[in-house]
Design a protein around this ligand. Structure first.
Ligand SMILES: [Ca+2]
Length: 514
């Protein structure tokens, strides 16, 4: 007994370096029932996602969380890190060089870096393997994700999708300002305009100066397209209507949305620096100066936002509220793909079964517990058979927490979906409310997953940040009349837009043909 355990340990150790002598052992079918099967080695090529804990690790394969992952998953996991900042270039090199890991993170099977490799048969078609070895993946991952052009083509699955839990941004409002001015939570565009007007005129910060910025946003309408959402014309979204896939940029509702922004700008209800504003300046106005009444951002950490605004204005509080609704009674920012990380299995992997089983394991309770709560006696203790998790509060602790909450979670549900876990966090009401607001709104983009078409590539000026942005800025700042929009649409179509619509529609139709 002792001897066998020792042998297994040596095999496991050997797997850290080169595999000698132990590789021939049949897993699980050895003669002795009490001999632990040698875990299969699975090399995973994955991005660091810019996470400080991961990028700061001197040897990620010796990390305590990776060791625990190995132990629990009964898989000799070997991580091969791809630096976040050069992910696409490194991916291209890897795919050209041919020495591929057993599981490779890709940015979608239809992207310029990966599509040629898929075409050349570099990856397994996974339908049969999934049927055989991955009951959880098939059952738990929604059909919408399997159908995504990032992972499948005409029903053939080439990659396994992780979940993207947060798909849209939400409205943030200074709750203390609402209370000071005795305002109701706004619902419609008109309600919102009334709220912004009150922020502008009624000195909610009480310093006697008209220094409030009612609504602030960033260059190119980054984190600021919520009023476009009210009219269902998120600037980088697409709509399939009248048998065509059309960019929101040219739809008639866009004219109405631009007209609204024109009046928000004129009355200085919207930050007049929006067209040039960089992220850090926007950030400084909201937090460092605490002068902004409304902005739009990620729903997963309003607690962080609130504590940062409170550093300037200790009596302030934040609330996330449903986005302004338009004529159809709906609203919200654009919904991104439900697909998060994407994992392909290169044909050079001679044991794809082990890779698939390993990914399937992520949906087990054991995996979820580890990924949510980390390591016993380090990240949590068990008292009266209940988990007492030590929620991270310092920057270092949060970075470390992200190792298990985010980085090692290749597939499977987000920790944000674990209400029990979330409830224990400080300001959990705030976070759970923001997530629930996000889940109940958002505008569908019929062009999600569309690759760049040839005409989009040769005529980048036809994209959102080209001619459209120029025209939008001129109309909103009052330099041109609102009817310039009609001229823009005509011009856009003539300069190649009609061809883009044709290409986009072809993509849309082929995607929906199985
Ligand atoms: Ca003031």
């Amino acid at each position: 007994m002792k001897k066998r355990t020792l042998k297994a340990t040596i095999c496991l150790l050997a797997a850290f370096g080169t595999l000698i002598g132990c590789s021939k052992q049949e897993p699980g079918t050895g003669g002795n029932a009490d001999a632990p099967a040698k875990p299969p080695t699975v090399k995973i090529g994955l991005g660091t996602r810019g996470l400080p804990y991961v990028e700061g690790s001197s040897n990620i394969n010796e990390d305590k969380y990776v060791k625990k992952l190995r132990e629990l998953s009964k898989t000799d996991v070997r991580l091969e890190l791809i630096p976040h900042a050069e992910f696409n270039q490194k991916l291209t090199l890897l795919l050209a060089g041919g020495d591929l890991p057993d599981i490779l993170q890709i940015n979608g099977i239809n992207t310029p870096e990966v599509a040629p490799a898929v075409k050349n048969g570099a990856f397994y078609e996974l339908n049969d393997l999934l049927q055989k070895y991955a009951p959880n993946l098939l059952k738990k991952i929604p059909q919408e994700a399997w159908d995504s052009t990032l992972v499948s083509e005409k029903g053939k699955i080439y990659a396994i999708p992780g979940e993207n839990y947060v798909r849209n941004s939400v409205v943030y409002v200074r709750k203390d300002w609402l209370e000071t001015l005795n305002l109701q939570v706004p619902k419609t565009v008109d309600d919102y305009v009334a709220m912004l007007k009150a922020f502008k005129e009624k000195d909610p910060n009480g310093n006697g100066k008209p220094d409030e910025i009612p609504f602030s946003g960033r260059q190119n309408f980054a984190f600021s397209d919520v009023f476009f959402g009210a009219y269902d014309v998120i600037p980088d979204g697409w709509k399939f209507e009248n048998n065509q896939l059309v960019p929101n940029l040219i739809r008639p509702q866009m004219k109405t949305a631009l007209e609204l922004h024109r009046s928000l700008y004129k009355e200085q209800l919207m930050d007049n620096e929006i067209f040039v504003q960089q992220g850090k300046d926007w950030d400084a106005k909201i937090k460092g100066a605490a002068r902004v009444g409304m902005w739009v951002h990620d729903p997963s950490y309003p607690d962080k936002w609130q504590s940062e605004v409170r550093q300037t204005e200790p009596s302030s509080s934040l609330i996330n509220i449903p986005a302004p609704v338009g004529p159809d009674g709906k609203g919200g920012t654009g919904l991104s793909s439900s697909v998060g990380n994407v994992w392909a299995i290169p044909k050079s992997n001679k044991n794809p079964e082990a890779a698939i089983k390993f990914l399937d394991w992520f949906y087990s309770d054991e995996a979820q517990k580890f990924l949510d709560y980390g390591l016993e006696n380090e990240d949590y203790t068990v008292e009266n058979s209940k988990i007492q998790y030590k929620y991270a509060t310092t920057v270092d602790a949060i970075n470390k927490e992200n190792m298990h909450l985010m980085f090692l979670r290749l597939v499977g549900p987000s920790y944000l979906a674990n209400e029990e876990f979330m409830k224990g966090r400080k300001d959990s009401d705030l976070i759970l409310n923001a997530l629930s607001v996000a889940k109940n709104e958002g505008r569908v983009n019929d062009g999600v997953g569309m690759p760049i078409t040839p005409t989009m590539l040769s005529k980048p000026e036809l994209g959102k940040n080209g001619l459209w942005m120029e025209m939008a800025a001129k109309i909103i700042t009052g330099k041109e009349p609102i009817d310039s929009f009609d001229k823009f649409v005509e011009d856009w179509k003539k300069r190649g837009g009609d061809q883009i619509i044709k290409e986009a529609t072809e993509w849309y139709n082929s995607k929906n043909k199985k």
